[in-house]
Write a protein that binds this ligand. Structure first.
Ligand SMILES: Nc1ncnc2c1ncn2[C@@H]1O[C@H](COP(=O)(O)OP(=O)(O)O)[C@@H](O)[C@H]1O
Ligand SMILES: [Mg+2]
Length: 234
């Protein structure tokens, strides 16, 4: 589809003899939040790693914004506008919150980062001058998201940001992700918390053992025999 920002076609990934992704094909459009679900080990983080450039696909194509990106290193993809958060947040612990965001701003698409606006977006204004290492894990997740935003992404990959958050924190993150989509950012959100995902997505992809089992709304997914079997089975 020509309106898509990102398109994967026939993507395969092996680690040694283990086939981790097999014939994965999907796209995401600007302003869309696409959910990515599946049991542990189904290949969700690997999908994010292939898009962000931590790993290369063994077969298939990944096209982003008109560029074939599968051979580009991670920093080139970041400059094109792809960034991600981590399942375990990675922040510079000995720098302040503000410095973390300022540093990240140098690694993405060229722009003037509005650091104060980003701090407000991720609800860290009051902690701007604290060392990142002194933040709670949840605040580090917010900072990790803020660092990704500082690169001015067109596509944001969010890996299990909801785990461990209380309902109020989940509500705040859901609202923020929707605000980012409303700005035109495309998001791929990996998440186990299906209520959370149901609030923010119209379409999800279900992975099972590296294969796409389903593509559609979460409500439809819950009636799909293959999806139900995969979840009950594993
Ligand atoms: N760097 C790696 N080397 C070897 N195996 C890996 C590597 N990364 C992931 N895997 C394997 O790939 C499979 C999918 O992992 P992953 O994408 O992290 O799953 P998910 O995020 O869905 O839980 C698992 O079997 C995992 O052990
Ligand atoms: Mg994972």
């Amino acid at each position: 589809m020509s309106s898509e920002l990102l398109h994967l076609a026939g993507v395969n990934k092996r680690f040694g003899g283990l086939v981790v992704l097999n014939d994965v094909t999907f796209g995401v459009s600007p302003g869309e939040i696409l959910g990515l679900v599946g049991s542990n080990g189904s290949g969700k983080t690997t999908t994010i790693n292939l898009i962000s450039g931590m790993y290369r696909a063994d077969a298939g194509s990944i096209v982003f914004d008109g560029h074939s990106i599968n051979r580009l290193p991670m920093f080139r993809r970041a400059r094109l506008g792809i960034n991600r958060t981590f399942q375990v947040p990675k922040v510079f612990r000995d720098m302040t919150v503000r410095e973390n965001i300022e540093v990240a701003a140098h690694f993405g698409r060229a722009h003037e980062a509005d650091v104060d606006a980003i701090l407000a977006d991720v609800d860290l204004t009051g902690n701007a001058d604290k060392l990142a290492g002194s933040l709670t894990v949840n605040q580090q997740k917010q900072l990790d998201l803020g660092r990704a935003l500082a690169t001015n992404p067109k596509l944001l990959l969010v890996d299990e940001i909801g785990a461990g958050l209380n309902p109020a924190e989940l509500g705040a993150i859901a609202a923020l992700l929707q605000k980012l989509a409303a700005r035109g950012i495309a998001l791929i959100v990996v998440e186990h918390l299906l209520d959370f995902l149901n609030r923010i997505t119209e379409r999800v992809i279900v992975l099972g053992a590296g294969r796409m089992l389903f593509q559609g709304s979460l409500a439809q997914a819950s009636h799909d025999p293959e999806v139900v079997a995969a979840f009950i089975g594993g």
